[in-house]
Design a protein around this ligand. Structure first.
Ligand code: FAD
Length: 239
């Protein structure tokens, strides 16, 4: 098991209402792959520890890592990371964690389906795909409640750099004139956006547990073999 490393908050920006992107400097960081996550440990003055998992939002960049945290009301850790942790403060990080929900630049197509904060590890994959100039197509379907809740808006709005394509889906409220009716992900959304299941594509699905289960079921129903559908659930973690 990797050891705990001291991580200093060197940059922070609001990502959307209730969400903040943190850039941490971690001397000795071993590097990571898109899709992996870290354990974050906070320690109270009386020695009490709280640990939670957070996905890495960007590919490895020396000793800098990026996390995007969504505030869970009443939560022990996320409100502190979103609202309180000041620049220059230190927390502890352990990782990287995860060997299955990872993507490395390759010549095979990739299909990403994210709901809410589940966009975070998928964004690391999009950034790595763009950064490597991959020739293989990448499709992202990003399901979000309403326009103001979108993360990484500027980057994802950039028109199809390389072979990445981003399709948005709003579940509660869409911008005026948005062509798709509001509502949850359906089989029709997948049919619109993917190549045939036989095309060597790997699917990555991330978000709240209910979203992930529904999306994975739709993908398998559309003909993708369960073995090519990789999932990450953002349910409660740590203790
Ligand atoms: C592999 C992995 C990666 C993750 N990556 C991210 C990430 O990149 N960004 C991010 O914001 N979160 C991520 N999470 C979720 C994160 O680990 C915490 O669960 C979340 O921040 C809540 O922690 P908390 O201490 O604030 O709330 P807690 O004190 O743990 O919980 C407070 C209350 O909220 C409920 N609750 C806990 N977590 C959630 C949740 N995720 N959704 C809804 N209700 C919840 C609990 O059941 C409890 O009732 C990830 C989880 C996993 C397992």
């Amino acid at each position: 098991m990797a050891r705990w490393l001291a991580a200093e908050l060197v940059r922070a920006r609001p990502e959307a209402p209730g969400a903040r992107t943190l850039t941490l400097r971690i001397p000795g960081w071993p590097g990571h792959l898109p899709g992996q996550h870290v354990d974050v440990r906070l320690t109270a003055p009386d020695g009490y520890h709280a640990e939670r998992s957070y996905s890495l939002a960007a590919p490895a960049a020396g000793d800098l890592v990026q996390l995007t945290v969504q505030r869970v009301p009443g939560g022990e850790v996320s409100p502190y990371l979103v609202d309180t942790l000041p620049l220059g403060a230190f927390i502890e990080i352990r990782g990287p964690v995860g060997g299955w929900f990872v993507w490395e630049p390759s010549e095979s197509p990739v299909f990403l389906v994210g709901g809410g904060a589940g966009i975070v590890p998928l964004m690391a994959m999009v950034r790595a795909h763009r950064g490597a100039g991959c020739a293989a197509p990448l499709r992202l379907i990003y399901s979000v409640r309403e326009p103001g809740g979108r993360y990484y808006r500027d980057e994802l709005d950039q028109p199809g750099e390389g072979r990445t394509r981003v399709d948005l889906l709003y579940t509660r409220r869409a911008p005026a004139g948005f062509p798709r009716p509001v509502g949850r992900l359906t089989a029709a959304d997948l049919a619109d956006h993917t190549g045939p299941p036989s095309s060597g594509v790997t699917c990555y699905v991330c978000g709240p547990t209910g979203f992930v289960e529904a999306a994975a079921e739709l993908l398998v129903g559309a003909g993708y073999a369960p073995g090519v559908v990789r999932t990450e659930r953002f349910g409660p973690s740590g203790g």
